[in-house]
Design a protein around this ligand. Structure first.
Ligand code: SF4
Ligand code: SF4
Length: 305
């Protein structure tokens, strides 16, 4: 199978040995850039398409090496750390001289071949476990050419492929990707368009239409719902999503992903506000009740990825 091995993309992480996000043992490739900005996003560094500096203040010893290394004067410590995003050229010199691991660069341009080389290390695990590769993000289809060529490259090696997608993408892009995808993990956040727009920054119509396109294509789909306190955690709201899922061909499972706060620190590292500050995760009983409501609609319903 032909693929463009020199196509470049912006990758911010590759996680090996994952047992989530698809069957078997998998490697998850995280691509940068997302059209949504969900309040609960646990990978806020995935949202912007370009490289970003993350400052971990508790690691900083105040040595000043970074400010001296910066060629543009983008970094100051007056009185506390400040990064002028306009001036920053993302050269990474400050990161290179920070021996305290207080500065990290999120995002690296990689070619399809480079990513495949990394993924190949676990070839045996994919084969023995029935696993493979999952493209995640951000929104992996935000970089459509890179995602497509990478998926083609994975298929050329005989690996199972999955995409974890928001579904917020042009239909033409989606259709150009689907031939290379074995499993779709589609996030549906809310059936109410206004609430969806409020909490994610985008309406849900494109996503719902794309779910129908995915269904008509025949690729297996797992719908995943991040369950967020006071956003979509009533039985009615989850049932509305389950009813929509029933109308989509190919959906066999609907998973619930309980809200957690594991990504909260990253907001601080990026200098962002965390909009769900103080919101507590659900107790087990609430999630179990929502799971029951989904099962009653006829779906296999796992909790978590
Ligand atoms: S080089 Fe690292 S440890 Fe030193 S002042 Fe800069 S961020 Fe802090
Ligand atoms: S990435 Fe380069 S330009 Fe940006 S703050 Fe660091 S040293 Fe300065």
């Amino acid at each position: 199978m032909e693929y463009e091995k020199n196509t470049k993309g912006m990758v911010f992480d590759i996680q090996r040995f994952s047992v989530h996000d698809g069957p078997g043992i998998r490697s998850i490739v995280f691509l940068k850039g997302c059209p949504l900005s969900c309040h609960w996003c646990s990978n806020p560094e995935s949202q912007r398409p370009e490289k970003q500096i993350m400052f971990i203040s508790h690691n900083c010893i105040g040595c000043g090496r970074c400010t001296r290394a910066c060629p543009t004067g983008a970094l100051t410590f007056n009185p506390s750390f400040s990064l002028d995003h306009e001036k920053c050229q993302r050269c990474g010199r400050c990161v290179d001289v920070c021996f305290s691991n207080a500065l990290n660069m999120s995002g690296e341009v990689q070619t399809v071949e480079q990513v495949l080389h990394e993924l190949k290390k676990d070839n045996l695990h994919y084969r023995r476990s029935g696993g493979g590769i999952t493209l995640s993000g951000g929104e992996p289809l935000f970089q459509p050419n890179f995602a497509r060529e990478l998926l083609k490259g994975c298929k050329a090696k005989g690996w199972h492929t999955a995409i974890e997608t928001t579904g917020f993408v042009a239909a033409s892009v989606l259709e150009s990707i689907l031939p290379w995808v074995d499993l779709i993990l589609l996030d549906i956040k809310h059936m109410d368009g206004e609430k969806h727009r409020h909490y994610t920054g985008q309406p849900n119509q494109v996503i719902l239409n794309n779910a129908r396109i995915m269904g008509s294509y025949g690729t297996p789909i797992i719908i995943r719902v991040p369950v967020i306190p006071n956003v979509n955690d009533s039985i009615r709201e989850i049932q509305d999503i389950a009813e929509f899922a029933l109308s989509i061909k190919g959906v066999k499972e609907l998973h619930l992903l309980p809200y957690h706060r594991l990504g909260e620190n990253k907001y601080q590292y990026l200098g962002y506000d965390y909009k769900l500050k103080g919101i507590e995760p659900h107790n087990k009983e609430t999630i179990k009740n929502l799971q029951k409501a989904v099962i009653e609609k006829g779906f296999v319903c796992k909790i978590g990825g």
